[in-house]
Design a protein around this ligand. Sequence first.
Ligand code: GUN
Ligand code: ZN
Length: 430
Amino acid sequence: MPEQDLLIGQTLAFTADPFHAPPTEAARHESRGGVVIEAGRIIATGPADEMRAAHPDARLMDYGDALICAGFIDAHAHYPQTGIIASWGKRLIDWLETYTFPEEMRFGDPAHASDTARLYLDLTRACGTTTIASFCTIHPVSVEAFFQEAGRRGQRVVAGKTCMDRNAPERLRDTAKRAYDQSKALIARWHGKGRISYAITPRFSPTSSPEQLEALGALWAEHPSCLMQTHLAEQKEEVEWVKSLFPDARDYLDTYERFGLLGAGALFGHAIHLTTRERARLRETRASLIHCPTSNTFIGSGLFDMPGLTAEGQRIGLATDTGGGSSFSMLRTMAAAYEIAQLRGMALHPAQLIWLATQGSARALLMDGMIGNLAPGMEADLVVLDLASTPAIAQRARRAEDFWETLFPTIMMGDERAVKAVWINGKSAL
Ligand code: GUN
Ligand code: ZN
């Protein structure tokens, strides 16, 4: 008999997209549910009593009233920026020059890269994050360090060498050829190894020459199962800068599109200041828009158009954008997404917020068949949330009249003490 674990608690799963079905109908909540895990996968979910009867030999873990849901998926982060998170007083371009580039220079040192990867994965696990799509730095060793540490933990992660050949300090620049060669070697070594996926990673078009973007477009065409991650239309000054650097381009997105860097599996961080043409092309090509709400307020970038972009059927993931984002926590990030949507005239339902942080991000990474939900066949990455984790949250939760009203203060107060347990790859990890 293979070893099985049975986790019992409240459970939350999704049977549809809560942006295109009534949120409470798209979600399936059990007040006493069970999740059966075997060999790293979920093999059954349903009412706790039925799960116990059907799996009498499973090792039992009873989490009481706590909520079991899919682990959170952070669809855009920069693990090398862990040490400079919450750095004061700058907008994007100055923030990169003042804080980010000096820190990223340190990642040529394998010991610093490994130490930071370990710290970052510890910090995010404590927040209930089980999958991350991260930028690394220009240095291949920064990618090695991240994949090695994630691999040791059995985590499903996406990452890539950040390519830059202009408008960055000399020590952080490669060339079109070196970006291509080093990315290609990392793909050969890591892509598809265990739960690791490679993302071809031009930082953003201001720091890549047309030649570099072309080389990376060619690399993606040679390795179409890789993802491609970059930044798009984050700040107005940046959009103007792109216009001056690429005078022939129709718009910012075109600086990627013309080099083959647009399509399903392309992940565009921020995507705030978009033209009508850009929105149409993003949708037609099934590219992913990654919403980074704490970053967008922290660096002063703008208000992501959640109502418009969801209504037109864009593929949207949710992300911290550490360390432009001011928190490692996806709970805190959901709260910021709620606040920004309010400023855009939309009240996101708690089911929509949790969906964005799980299935939405998984779909953005083209992994919604593997991770981001509680359902048979899914990989067993789970978070267990205490919905009364602090006195402030508990007193509010006591007044709640239904499950959603109980869950919402845990999201909005974004306190990581809510994270009671984390399961990664079918194993208890926190
Ligand atoms: N645009 C280009 N690089 C970065 C980065 O590191 N963080 C953010 N937020 N935006 C960027
Ligand atoms: Zn970013």
